[in-house]
Design a protein around this ligand. Structure first.
Ligand code: SF4
Length: 362
């Protein structure tokens, strides 16, 4: 029996839709959220567990708004407690002492805080309501109940962001000293209101005041350097941790280890087949079937595994199959290879999408 798989639970409901967000999440009537919990619980109940979950990740959306009693009932349907790592995603402004105590009692031992920025002008433009002080207070509450393993998410490239304000956010990270930080570069695409406005050259959501791609890349590099000085090292393109605090659950995705996802848009992988639940909440709740497709593990090792800074150890047939793109990127200085390990260079990280696309095409 496989003992090391992870479980992902999706709760795609939010109090408001953030301007930069391109996830399949949204604002829905409360009654729908209540019914969703029932459907999710039924999916968990009907699952045949062939292994004991090692990690659990409750993502969203904003699962930190779920009442503790309800969360307790859902988590009771997942075997394996105490999980080695059990994370809940939280929006700042939704945590209080009672809730944090409840989380700890349910087995939650890690919280991922969607801070995005500590600078009020930037936060307001995203549609969020928190302040830096709220984050500091909630981090204290979590530590009080013994949840020290906290991640802080930041976004480089938000509207109105300047080098000085980005520095201010990084100063707050230093002050709060979390063991894990995620730095995402804003994705400018049609799926978020801000991205769409930027593509159209409009001014709403501060779109005309958003940093250029080059500035965003500079902010990212600035963060890599500052976090390293704090002892928080990059271990994946967007993820940074103190020794021993890399996310065990997320590592499963990058190492192509098995996991099972439940809820709308949740993905599962059993080592051979990838499965995706319907993306929309309504389709999921109507019981539309999940879609499955065989995984292409060779390719995925390159465009998923290479996200890890430790790199991958290609098998001999993979060196042969991808000889051309590997050599090309080694020559370009985007990949480096040592003792059979292939990894992205610092410059390769910045151009990683270009590198990955080549492996998908090969
Ligand atoms: S960023 Fe998070 S909280 Fe904001 S809309 Fe997207 S999923 Fe919801």
């Amino acid at each position: 029996m496989e003992q090391v798989a992870g479980v992902y639970l999706s709760y795609p409901f939010c109090a408001q839709k953030c301007t930069y967000c391109n996830f399949a999440s949204g604002v829905f009537p409360q009654e729908q959220a209540r019914q969703y919990i029932e459907v999710l619980s039924n999916e968990l109940r009907s699952h045949v567990w062939e292994w004991l979950p090692e990690t659990l990740y409750v993502g969203g959306g904003t699962p930190s708004t779920v009442e503790v009693a309800v969360l307790r009932r859902i988590l009771a349907l997942v075997p394996g407690i105490p999980w080695k790592e059990a994370t809940i995603e939280a929006a700042p402004g939704t945590i209080n002492l009672e809730k944090a105590i409840g989380w700890a009692e349910c087995g939650i031992n890690r919280v991922s805080l969607g801070v995005q920025s500590f600078v009020e002008a930037e936060i307001r433009r995203t549609g969020r309501k928190h302040t830096a002080q709220v984050v500091a207070d909630e981090l204290n509450i979590l530590r009080q109940v013994g949840i020290d393993n906290v991640n802080i998410d930041l976004i480089a490239g938000l509207a109105g962001q300047k080098a000085a304000s980005w520095r201010e956010s990084l100063d707050w990270v230093e002050r709060l000293a979390p063991p894990h930080v995620s730095i995402y570069m804003l994705e400018v695409d049609e799926d978020s209101r801000l991205g769409k406005e930027m593509l159209l050259g409009g001014v709403r959501y501060g779109a005309s005041d958003a940093p250029s791609d080059d500035q965003t890349a500079e902010f990212y590099e600035m963060a890599v350097e500052r976090l390293a000085q704090m002892g928080i090292e990059r271990y994946e393109i967007s993820n940074f941790a103190r020794p021993g605090f890399a996310s065990l659950h997320n590592l499963k995705y990058w190492k192509l280890e098995p996991y099972a996802g439940f809820g709308a848009d949740a993905h599962s992988f059993d080592g051979r087949v990838r499965r995706q639940n319907p993306e929309s909440v309504s389709a999921y709740m109507e019981g539309k079937p999940a879609e499955s497709a065989p995984a292409n593990v060779d390719e995925e090792r390159f465009f998923v595994g290479l996200r890890l800074l430790a790199g991958i150890r290609p098998r001999s047939h993979e060196w042969q199959r991808f000889e051309e793109p590997i050599q090309h990127f080694l020559d370009e200085g985007l990949l480096e290879s040592e003792n059979g390990v292939l990894r992205l260079t610092g410059r390769g990280v910045l151009l990683s999408n270009e590198v990955f696309q080549e492996f998908i095409r090969s």
